[in-house]
Design a protein around this ligand. Structure first.
Ligand code: 5AD
Ligand code: SF4
Length: 443
């Protein structure tokens, strides 16, 4: 039996795809190992979102080959290396042409069912095998992922993206939007409940534009919330353009749907938003935040921000800081703009903000957000929160457990007579910018 080592980069969708790949290849007779040194085949499920992500993978492939060569007395080539995921579609040519990399096969995000064939082909002919075709239909609804057992199960309910934000590579690496049917997702959620999962997180590049046979995203949340045993439903990543009232109503009123929305702002400046081809202005974004808080004042909000997009001036950048101050996100991921091959921005707008400026801007926003996150977290001190225990074996402190609130905040509690997936009431006593600490609360 051939042994495979699989390493995953990038977003949760990629984590999920790795579970699909494990499912597909296990069925074909492969076994998965925890150590790359024990493997005959190394698979890297890659990300192309920023330069940093893809540079990391190139470095990693060189290192794996080198290590293997040392171990096998010079014959580094008998180890097969396959590149999967977003870099596979985006950089196929570079990957195939780079002789030093010696990649054996490549499979894009819609080609994983062909993996057994691709591996056989590459092994048989000793040449590179690849398939990076994007599909309008592939949702893998007939593949059952081989999941890591835990409290949370990822479920991709839609794939692809039709938005074409000018900075983003995803529409090119993952193709057009397509959704699974409501019935198919409900069936999977039932099966997951049966396996003991307490939480599902619905995934999609544009998850709230889900539109499957049987309903829209609000309908999907309602339908899946009826499944016994599943206590929490989360989703990521939504787009601000797709928050109709009925979805906000479901989020506010359905106790199983977690009270957290990841709402990527990207920029707070109208000219930048237009250049990015986002579908909202600063005012529309702020109005949406007000509306969300009108439905549910305590809704946790997190965001993604890009600094230094093409031609962004100091003044335009300061609009982003202003919006972040006005909204007070619970947390925000802040990125320097990284030009990606094949995107609209690469073709139309120069990447002309100097690196030092991008760095100064990111540092400013990270500092500012840290204070905001601390303030938002401190506001919970004294609250009694409903916490689901997620980790009972923390590496750094053996006498602590970690859980999460409904709003997705990490909570550290003393170790207790509880297991993963148990719900406990916790009185919050301390806060940092990144987490809460508390004691069990008994009425
Ligand atoms: N450069 C920097 N950040 C990017 N993101 C997407 N594309 C780029 C890019 N080219 C960020 C966006 C998105 C998050 C997943 O990654 O903020 O929401
Ligand atoms: Fe990276 Fe985007 Fe692909 Fe996820 S979808 S792996 S974030 S490029």
């Amino acid at each position: 039996m051939k042994k495979i080592f699989l390493e995953t980069y990038g977003c949760q969708m990629n984590e999920y795809d790795s579970e699909l790949v494990r499912g597909i290849l296990t069925k074909d007779g492969y076994v998965f190992v925890q150590e790359e040194t024990a493997a005959d085949i190394v698979l890297l499920n890659t990300c192309a979102i920023r330069e940093h992500a893809h540079r990391k993978v190139f470095g990693r492939i060189h290192k794996i080959r080198h290590k293997y060569k040392q171990r096998s007395n010079g014959d580094g080539d008998s180890l097969m290396i396959g590149v999967l995921g977003c870099m596979a579609t985006n950089l196929r040519k570079d990957l195939l042409e780079d002789k030093a990399l010696k990649i054996d096969f490549i499979a894009g995000p819609d080609s994983y069912k062909r993996l057994p064939g691709l591996i056989r082909e590459a092994a048989g002919i000793g040449a590179k095998a690849f398939d990076t075709t994007l599909s309008e239909f592939e949702t893998y609804s007939d593949v059952y992922p081989s999941r890591v057992q835990g409290v949370n199960a990822w479920v991709a309910v839609m794939r692809g993206c039709n938005n074409f934000c000018t900075f983003c590579v995803v529409p090119y690496t993952r193709g057009r939007e397509r959704s699974r049917s409501v019935a198919n997702v409900v069936e999977e959620v039932k099966r997951l409940a049966g396996e003991g999962f307490k939480q599902v997180t619905f995934l999609g590049q544009n998850v709230n534009s889900y539109s499957g046979e049987g309903g829209d995203f609000a309908a999907l949340l309602e339908a899946t919330s009826k499944v016994n045993g599943i206590e929490r439903i989360r989703f990521t990543s939504p787009n601000p353009k797709d928050f109709p009232d009925d979805l906000l109503e479901v989020m506010a009123n359905n106790p199983k749907v977690c009270k957290h929305i990841h709402l990527p702002l990207q920029s707070g400046n109208d000219r930048m938003l237009k250049l990015m081809d986002r579908f909202y202005t600063q005012k529309e974004f702020l109005d949406l935040v007000d509306k969300i808080r009108g439905y549910y004042p305590q809704m946790a909000l997190t965001s993604d921000i890009i600094v230094g997009f093409s031609s962004e001036t100091d003044e335009e950048f300061s609009d982003t800081a202003k919006v972040m101050q006005a909204v007070e996100f619970d947390a925000a991921f802040i990125f320097k703009y990284s030009e990606r091959k094949g995107t609209i921005a690469e073709r139309k707008f120069p990447d002309d903000v100097p690196e030092e400026k991008k760095t100064a801007r990111i540092v400013q926003l990270v500092d500012m957000q840290k204070d905001i996150s601390l303030k938002r977290n401190e506001a919970h001190i004294g609250d009694v929160c409903n916490v689901m225990i997620e980790e009972t074996e923390l590496t750094r402190s053996t006498d602590k457990f970690q859980g999460r609130t409904d709003g997705n905040k990490r909570v550290i509690v003393p170790a207790g007579a509880y297991g993963r997936g148990d719900f406990v009431k916790v009185k919050i006593q301390e806060a940092t910018p990144h987490l809460l600490k508390g004691e069990y609360f008994y009425e």
